[in-house]
Design a protein around this ligand. Structure first.
Ligand SMILES: [Zn+2]
Length: 158
């Protein structure tokens, strides 16, 4: 196990204290992490059938929603104005998202087929503005997506 891998692994596991903190006391950075998790759960659950199987939007491979499936972004997550925009994301397998660098071109085609070219262009324009969110809007989104995730899990029995 090399040092780099260990470092990445540690960062991806939330600290216990962090988990216990309530939304109201969390700062922007902590809220980004929590919202990323809820938003990813929502997109993967939305795409899942009642057995929990999800098709990767860029290579069509099928995986269980909790294993080998990730949230892929067309425009990089560094653009917070579109980081949690449903027209900028899709359920993507680990191979496409990590090893193939997100397959940006294929992701764009997928989003156009789903939402239309105008919608994708609007997302691109929004990304260019690179507006950031506020802690308050992030909190609202966490609450919204937590409720949606809960409902989807119940509806699909997952
Ligand atoms: Zn894939």
């Amino acid at each position: 196990m090399n040092q780099m891998w260990k470092g990445n692994y540690r960062r991806s596991v939330p600290k216990k204290a962090e988990k216990r903190r309530t939304l109201m006391t969390m700062g922007y950075k902590a809220l980004v992490k929590v919202l990323d998790r809820e938003f990813s759960l929502f997109v993967r659950l939305s795409a899942a059938d009642n057995s929990g199987l999800v098709r990767c939007v860029t290579c069509n491979s099928i995986h269980f929603w909790k294993e080998a499936m990730t949230l892929g972004h067309y425009i990089s997550r560094s653009h917070h104005s579109v980081r949690w925009n449903l027209r900028n994301v899709g359920a993507q397998c680990v191979r496409c998202n990590s090893y193939h660098g997100g397959e940006q071109h294929k992701m764009r085609e997928h989003l156009i087929s789903l939402h239309g070219e105008e919608a994708v262009k609007a997302v691109e324009a929004l990304a260019d503005m690179n507006k950031t969110e506020t802690a308050d809007t992030l909190r609202e989104k966490v609450i919204e997506y937590r409720a949606k995730v809960k409902r989807l899990k119940r509806e699909k029995g997952l």
